[in-house]
Design a protein around this ligand. Structure first.
Ligand SMILES: O=C(O)[C@H](O)COP(=O)(O)O
Length: 224
C-alpha cells in the first residue's frame, strides 16, 4: 500500500482577516504556525516516511510544509514548489473583504463565486506581474474557476505525484483550500455539483491509502 498525505496550510493573515487571497503571498498567523506544528505531530504519529514533498510557490504553504517536515524529522527529503499547486486565483475579488462582498452581491452569488465548480470570479483587467512566475514563462491568471484550477493542477498530478505513488513511494502535498478541493475531486471522483459542499480546513491532514492502481483503499482525516 502506498500513502498520500494532503494538507492545507495553517491559518494565514488573510484567512484571519476574512480577505479573498488567491495568489497573494501572505504569511501564516501565530495560530497558523501552531496549526502547522500540530499537523506535523499528527502526521508523525502515523510513522509515514515520505519520498517527496510537493508545495506551491506561496509562502503560507511553503512555511507550513517546512514546519511539518521538521516535526516529522524529514526536512532532508526532496521538495518541489510548483505554481500549479498555487491557490485558485480569485481575480478581482483578491484583496477584498469576504463579508463586504457578501453584503454587496448577496449570499447566493457569494457562494457561487466561492464554491461552484465552473463559475469564474470577476476578472482582473490586467494580469499581475511577479518575477517568480515570469522566470518560468508563466503568465499569472486574471481569475480562475475551480475547474480552471483543476485543469492546471492535473498535469502536475499526472507527471509528478501519480508516478511516484505508482512506484510505491509515499508523497506529501501541502497546498491550498481550492487546489486541494480540486485534487480531492479527482481522487474521490466527486461530481461537478457535489464538490460545492466540500470544505478543506486549515491544518488538518488527510491520509489516502491507495492500491497499486491508485484506487482509494482508505481515507483518514487526522485531527486531535
Ligand atoms: O484564497 C482564499 O481566499 C482562501 O485561500 C480560500 O478562500 P475560500 O474559502 O473563500 O475559497
Amino acid at each position: 500500500m502506498v500513502e498520500l498525505v494532503i494538507l492545507r496550510h495553517g491559518e494565514s493573515q488573510a484567512n484571519r482577516d476574512g480577505i479573498f487571497t488567491g495568489w497573494s503571498d501572505v504569511s501564516l498567523t501565530e495560530k497558523g504556525i501552531a496549526q502547522a506544528h500540530e499537523a506535523g505531530r499528527l502526521i508523525a504519529s502515523t510513522g509515514l516516511q515520505f519520498e517527496h514533498c510537493h508545495t506551491s510557490m506561496l509562502k503560507r504553504a511553503i512555511a507550513t510544509a517546512h514546519i511539518v517536515l521538521d516535526e516529522i524529522n524529514q526536512l532532508y527529503i526532496p521538495e518541489t514548489k510548483s505554481w500549479r499547486l498555487n491557490e485558485r486565483h480569485y481575480g478581482a475579488l483578491r484583496g477584498k473583504k469576504k463579508a463586504a462582498v457578501k453584503a454587496e452581491v448577496g449570499e447566493q452569488q457569494f457562494k457561487r463565486w466561492r464554491r461552484s465548480y465552473k463559475v469564474v470570479p470577476p476578472l482582473l483587467t490586467v494580469p499581475d506581474y511577479d518575477a517568480r512566475y515570469a522566470a518560468l514563462g508563466v503568465t499569472e491568471p486574471v481569475g480562475e474557476s475551480l475547474q480552471m484550477a483543476y485543469d492546471r493542477l492535473m498535469p502536475y498530478w499526472q507527471d509528478q505525484i501519480a508516478p511516484r505513488l505508482l512506484s510505491g513511494h509515499n508523497q506529501l502535498v501541502v497546498a491550498h483550500g481550492s487546489t486541494l478541493r480540486a485534487l480531492i475531486k479527482y481522487i474521490e471522483r466527486i461530481d461537478d455539483v457535489a464538490i460545492d459542499q466540500l470544505e478543506v480546513p486549515n491544518g488538518e491532514p488527510i491520509v489516502y491509502q491507495f492500491d497499486t492502481k491508485l484506487h482509494v483503499v482508505d481515507k483518514q482525516v487526522l485531527n486531535q
